[in-house]
Design a protein around this ligand. Sequence first.
Ligand SMILES: *[C@@H]1O[C@H](CO)[C@@H](O)[C@H](O)[C@H]1NC(C)=O
Ligand SMILES: *[C@@H]1O[C@H](CO)[C@@H](O)[C@H](O)[C@H]1NC(C)=O
Ligand SMILES: *[C@@H]1O[C@H](CO)[C@@H](O)[C@H](O)[C@H]1NC(C)=O
Ligand SMILES: *[C@@H]1O[C@H](CO)[C@@H](O)[C@H](O)[C@H]1NC(C)=O
Ligand SMILES: *[C@@H]1O[C@H](CO)[C@@H](O)[C@H](O)[C@H]1NC(C)=O
Ligand SMILES: *[C@@H]1O[C@H](CO)[C@@H](O)[C@H](O)[C@H]1NC(C)=O
Ligand SMILES: *[C@@H]1O[C@H](CO)[C@@H](O)[C@H](O)[C@H]1NC(C)=O
Ligand SMILES: *[C@@H]1O[C@H](CO)[C@@H](O)[C@H](O)[C@H]1NC(C)=O
Length: 810
Amino acid sequence: MSAKLCFLVSLALLFHSTIARNSPSISTNVVNAYSTFNATRNYTHVCDPSRFSDLGLNIKHFAFCDSSLSYDVRVKDLIDRMTLNEKSAQIGDTAYGVPRIGLPKYEWWSEALHGVSNVGQSGSVASYFDDVVPGATSFPTVILTTASFNQTLWKTVGQAVSTEARAMYNLGHAGLTFWSPNINVVRDPRWGRAQETPGEDPFVVGEYAVNYVRGLQDVEGTENTADLNSRPLKVGACCKHYAAYDVDNWLGVDRYHFDARVTEQDMQETFLRPFEMCVKEGDVTSIMCSYNKVNGIPTCADPKLLKDTVRGEWNLHGYIVSDCDSIEVMLHGQKWLNDEPEDAVAQALKAGLDLDCGNFYTNFANSSVRMGKVKEAEIDNALKNLYTVLMRLGFFDGSPKFENLGKPDVCSNEHIELATEAARQGIVLLKNDAETLPLSSEKIKTIAVIGPHANATSAMIGNYAGVPCKYTSPIDGLSRFGEVKYEMGCDGVLCKNDTLIYPAMRAASKTDATILFVGLDLSVEAESLDRVDLLLPGYQSQLISQVAQVSKGPVVVVVMSAGGVDISFAKNDPNIHSIIWAGYPGEEGGHAIADVVFGRYNPGGRLPLTWHENDYVYMLPMTSMRLRPVDSLGYPGRTYKFFNGSTVYPFGYGLSYTNFTYKPVSTKNKLNIRLNQFQHCKDLEYRDGFYKPSCPAVLIDDLKCDSHNMELAIEVANTGKRDGSDVVMVYWSGPSGIAEAPIKQLVAFKRVLVKAGRSEKLKLELNGCKSFGIVDYSGSKLLPSGGGKIEIGDGLLTIPLQIDFHRGAL
Ligand SMILES: *[C@@H]1O[C@H](CO)[C@@H](O)[C@H](O)[C@H]1NC(C)=O
Ligand SMILES: *[C@@H]1O[C@H](CO)[C@@H](O)[C@H](O)[C@H]1NC(C)=O
Ligand SMILES: *[C@@H]1O[C@H](CO)[C@@H](O)[C@H](O)[C@H]1NC(C)=O
Ligand SMILES: *[C@@H]1O[C@H](CO)[C@@H](O)[C@H](O)[C@H]1NC(C)=O
Ligand SMILES: *[C@@H]1O[C@H](CO)[C@@H](O)[C@H](O)[C@H]1NC(C)=O
Ligand SMILES: *[C@@H]1O[C@H](CO)[C@@H](O)[C@H](O)[C@H]1NC(C)=O
Ligand SMILES: *[C@@H]1O[C@H](CO)[C@@H](O)[C@H](O)[C@H]1NC(C)=O
Ligand SMILES: *[C@@H]1O[C@H](CO)[C@@H](O)[C@H](O)[C@H]1NC(C)=O
């Protein structure tokens, strides 16, 4: 989503820029069925008979309000009543409504990335805070919640957020459609929006998407409705930004002009996979296309990406929306095809874009039809996709199940505790020499709390935040355990002044323990702001080293950041005993961090990103989209799947206050797949000197995947003295020698709680097609024969795998 297009100099002169969105009064733009058309009466839904009679209409004449009819029939009736101009006025984020037939306005744009947000409030977004709803629970940023590697938590947070969203809708303070989550893969460690995302692994990103979307959308008990186009919804979610979007503004290359050059292989394997999972497994109601071009074509005008893939192949039950003002970007930023507005609108409609966040559709779709550039039927189709979602949300008929949600359901104690719990589960312990942590509150009476984030508040909620219920800063959290001596040490995150270091050293030399809060914030990594290096800004490193040198007690460094930071100096400094990564931990961040530091919670989070050494950024430009190394240009690979060099901390890294060991219980490690006469062997390129089987691979689409399941049963033992949670990470590496194959890839993970001295049995479901596939250079998904090996943890347990293809009887 764009803050707005003011950055786009070329757009500044436009006569038809965002008029409607600069409207000063936000509440008039907020449209739910309550306040529409009659300020003195509240309605809970559009098809309230008294609402129609107040409008002087007889509801019986409007079949779209007849709940005995199917959504299909009702939506068609609604659309068929509209004139062309009325139709085109409904396909922008602000759908203007048609008073003549009792159809109210609706604002499609709300955000709920990690709590209900008011982002875009100066534009036309539907969610806002005031005296009636002063705040909503601000959960940790997604990158930290992801670090829990706990699917149940991801879904539970989604459920809490949608409860607050529904409550706010009932109070006229939010819409029903939320353009969250952001599921772009963090391909490059410099990307400014890493905080919004679930990290660098496409499978983890997809799993996060599925669970968060189901948490937001699903109405308990109706998940398996036969006709998914009538499945009830709690709120509507949206997976964005589709696709291959992850350059914001790097050394002058911005997202509005960036043309991502992407191979089919990377597209299938990395960039599309989370979106495919979001649609097919999450049954999301919306996909948002991105600003950038992919191989020369703006994503919002690409019928192959939208109509063929999202709607066709993946069978979206919902609508496709543009990022805000994408059509304007296409027209005036990218000057794509030297279009007139009507051409751009026609191209986007034909490509399958249903809703324009902006006002190009609402201003020009009608004339585009009149000029013969696009069929009216394309608009009808978009309207059908849109209004079907609103019917499923109860916009027309009400949602009795949610109508009693109100103020007490926003910022409830239960939700604030869940925000704390999400932070605890995500926090990653990176270093803990000599079991320095947890600190004992018996022994530690005074604590030096130092650094630019020591008193963090808004920095903890990152971007796409709302107004939190309250904050528990690190100082607040630690004050529960001892007497805090606070020193900033720096004049801010950018830390351009070293004069505050000395007072910090003095404090540390006199207290029983030293905790340094350092890292980044939105002035370093943000939307429209990529990083240029991976270092701590300014004098922060110096602050840490100098304070550590003179500290009387143990030294703990807490890093708040989304992207990885090259803290090799601290990792290697014996004066620094422990390091914790806390992401941007949400409104209760200080509470969760203190719980971890003083042992009320045993950390079990794992890094969802590789923490690269700073040199990495000088080896390749952000604009190179290849995941694999580009030997001819000397570019290394990207993400743990393709980067074989040294790192500060690898993907999946994280320590605990206890130790875990793994033991296989029973493992079926062979798949013998019988091929019928219609299943053919496919060639696969092997590197020189490696054995290539006679039937190297089979197309996954040709296989009967249901019959290729494999269950992995292992025992996780906690051999230490404290209860703790372990994340069991299962990687697969394919047969040796396959050209350009990933080094390894995560195929399953599960977080498990094990009591001290006990063990837990764990079953992990793997599937031949889903887990052991590779994508070849042409984008084909193949199951290679041979098998390779399964690795649990970082090589803690290795299980060889055997996959064979046979012809005829086994
Ligand atoms: C409409 O609902 C709002 C929010 O519940 C409430 O504050 C207001 O008093 C209601 N107005 C009327 C006329 O009932
Ligand atoms: C609004 O609703 C009230 C209560 O039903 C009714 O008396 C009034 O006439 C309505 N106002 C308008 C403008 O329709
Ligand atoms: C098309 O719709 C816009 C916005 O509602 C309106 O200003 C314009 O007059 C319409 N064009 C025609 C030809 O009716
Ligand atoms: C911490 O920040 C809060 C809010 O910005 C402020 O009110 C408070 O005084 C600060 N605490 C200290 C110890 O400076
Ligand atoms: C650093 O801070 C000190 C104390 O506030 C101030 O006197 C000095 O001018 C600052 N230096 C710079 C370079 O801003
Ligand atoms: C790591 O990858 C680079 C780039 O492809 C390659 O040149 C190098 O040989 C690899 N190193 C190892 C140890 O595999
Ligand atoms: C974990 O195991 C290592 C190696 O055996 C040992 O040094 C360490 O003390 C153990 N840690 C805990 C927390 O039990
Ligand atoms: C996963 O999250 C859920 C929801 O917060 C929690 O109940 C459960 O204990 C967590 N699992 C582990 C192993 O920490």
